[in-house]
Design a protein around this ligand. Structure first.
Ligand code: G1P
Ligand code: ZN
Length: 553
């Protein structure tokens, strides 16, 4: 039994706001700003008030609450509990030290039949006093709040005159306990337990353990963020990989100064070790809140688009997917590698706009089992978020059956399905004005490109991607500029919706090589003609003032 504390009946307060809370609309990943902005008096409070005024079934409802451990988490949890109490929430499930990964939160929302969850994270953005903070709202299905709800919250926040909050109470998050505050019960649980049970229901841990016992050394980098405690229990305790397998395992408020984004630039220590031929057979890393993953083998980086295709192609090796897949989905800029697999499997492959929320309807309607994005996100219908450690276990399970190196697995995959050479080039922190000018100019040029030469090919079509949801028929327009060539090569241009400094321009390149072609080339070389043609057409170097991208994936 947990410790039980009964706190005195709280006083209800109404705090008047001097000016209405005006802010930009929360994006696909919630409200993401500098930590300093969130410390401006009443800023966080106003957003939370808007959530509780808008979210359905708040009175008498259950709420899941936690975050990735970054600076600001603990303060936010205390404030959210007090505002929730004032709005009649009767049960809040929060976690030891406030540690709760995004996938684990999604699972808890579904398991506890909560009205939703509030996840405190700015995902892969740096944390700390001078870093970023964020608030994500997930709905009762466990997935990111849909556009209708985020619009309502935004409209509410614009006219907010006051917020409701109960008098100060202090909930200790150091030990498992329950607290009664008037009609509200706050439970502090271990945020790792339920997630572990879920993973045990999906994978065969005995089989993975036998791989590890068989001289298959692995390394995992938690980047001082939320996945440390999860990975320790999964990889070291359950699978039996030696202590120390999980690096940077203790969540720190500023992530130890690390940028918690699992890619070749920011998780370079691990990447260098694997790519330079250390003793590890497998390496992986997750981002700040645990929904992204990077997979590495000895001298092999697995492109996330390829990773999605490999998971789909080998799904029957996983107990939970033994009976096959309902369908798969990928975001539009993700390479078509998974489409090729879907075609062979005879299942549907859906193409959605960027952002996990677009998979929600397809998952809820039973149209897809597995989905993913090129941005290091993969997941399945086990929850409604992408799931970093799930992907790591999925890979380990495949390898425990195939008993080969990651590189051999990739070569084998390509020689069956062909290879979609792929790369994403990011130009970070460019001025908003310059980025918008570049983008708008390109958009204007698009209609003139059809049938024109581009990178030694013909342009087959060029448009701004628009998506009609097959379930609710809602339409999402302007989701990215696409140039598709006669040989199905693609160049996609988008402006990021998640950055907090200036604008980030993303350009995605893809070219298909058939199964009998040259499968082990450097993607940058294979894609060079597309990259050069795009630089010329979009005046990328000239307009960004950058000779090369900030991040190449
Ligand atoms: C980025 C990724 C996108 C992902 C989102 C949230 O968004 O590109 O795939 O869903 O982060 O993790 P962007 O900054 O490109 O708008
Ligand atoms: Zn994330």
């Amino acid at each position: 039994m947990f410790n039980q504390f009964i706190l005195k009946q709280p006083k209800q307060l109404k705090i008047k706001l001097k000016e209405p809370f005006l802010d930009q609309k929360p994006g696909t990943s919630g409200l993401r700003k500098s930590s300093k902005q969130f410390e401006v008096p009443n800023y966080l409070e106003s957003f939370i008030e808007s959530i509780f005024q808008t979210l359905p079934n708040v009175k008498g409802g259950t709420l899941i609450l936690g975050g990735d451990g970054r600076y600001g988490n603990l303060r936010a949890i205390q404030i959210i509990i007090r505002i929730a109490a004032a709005h009649g929430v009767t049960r809040i499930i929060t976690t030891l030290n406030g540690i709760l990964s995004t996938p684990a939160a999604s699972n808890l929302i579904r398991e506890k039949q909560a009205i939703g969850g509030i996840i405190l994270s700015a995902s892969h953005n740096p944390g700390g006093k001078n870093g970023d903070f964020g608030i994500k709202l997930n709905g009762s299905n466990g997935g990111p709040a849909n556009e209708m709800l985020t619009n309502e919250i935004y409209n509410c926040s614009k006219n907010l005159k006051e917020y409701k909050i109960i008098d100060k109470v202090e909930i200790s998050l150091n030990t498992k306990a329950t607290f009664s505050i008037g009609d509200l019960n706050v439970e502090v649980i271990d945020g790792v337990d339920d997630y572990l049970s879920l993973m045990q229901a999906i994978f065969d841990f005995d089989q993975i353990r036998s791989l590890i016992n068989d001289q298959f050394p692995i390394a995992f980098d938690a980047l001082n963020a939320v996945t440390g405690p999860y990975a320790k229990r999964l990889l070291e305790e359950l699978i039996g990989s030696p202590s120390g397998t999980v690096r940077n395992a203790i969540p720190k408020e500023d992530f130890g100064g690390i940028h918690p984004d699992p890619n070749l630039t920011y998780a370079h220590e691990l990447a260098d070790a694997l790519l330079n031929g250390s003793d590890y057979s497998f390496g992986a890393a997750c981002d700040g809140d645990g929904d992204r993953n990077m997979i590495l083998g000895q001298k092999c980086f697995v492109n996330p688009s390829d990773s999605l295709a490999v998971l789909a192609a080998n799904a029957e090796l996983i107990p939970a997917y033994r009976n096959g897949l309902l369908g798969v989905a990928r975001s539009m800029p993700t390479s078509s590698a998974v489409d090729v697999v879907a075609k062979k499997l005879g299942i549907n492959c859906y193409e959605t706009p960027t952002g996990w929320k677009y998979f929600g309807n397809l998952l809820d309607a039973g149209k897809i089992t597995i989905c993913g994005e090129e941005s290091f996100g993969t997941g399945s219908n086990h929850i409604r978020e992408k799931d970093g450690l799930w992907a790591v276990l999925f890979w380990l399970q495949i390898l425990s059956v195939k008993r080969c190196s990651v590189l051999d697995l990739m070569l084998d995959h390509w020689s069956t399905f062909g290879r979609n050479y792929y790369s994403r080039h990011d130009y970070e922190s460019i001025s908003l004005e310059k980025a918008n000018e570049l983008y708008q100019r390109l958009e204007l040029i698009l209609p003139t490109l059809s049938n024109q030469p581009f990178a030694g090919q013909n342009v087959c079509s060029a448009d701004n991607f628009s998506y009609t949801d097959p379930i609710d028929s809602s339409i999402a327009k302007n989701q990215g500029l696409r140039i598709i060539l006669d040989d199905a090569s693609r160049v996609i241009v988008r402006l990021s919706g998640t950055g907090t400094q200036g604008a980030t321009l993303r350009i995605y390149y893809e070219k298909f090589e058939p199964a009998n072609g040259n499968l082990n080339q450097d993607p940058q070389q294979v894609l060079a003609s597309l990259i050069n043609a795009m630089d010329e057409l979009g005046e990328i170097t000239k307009r960004t003032g950058m000779d090369s991208p900030t991040v190449i994936t």
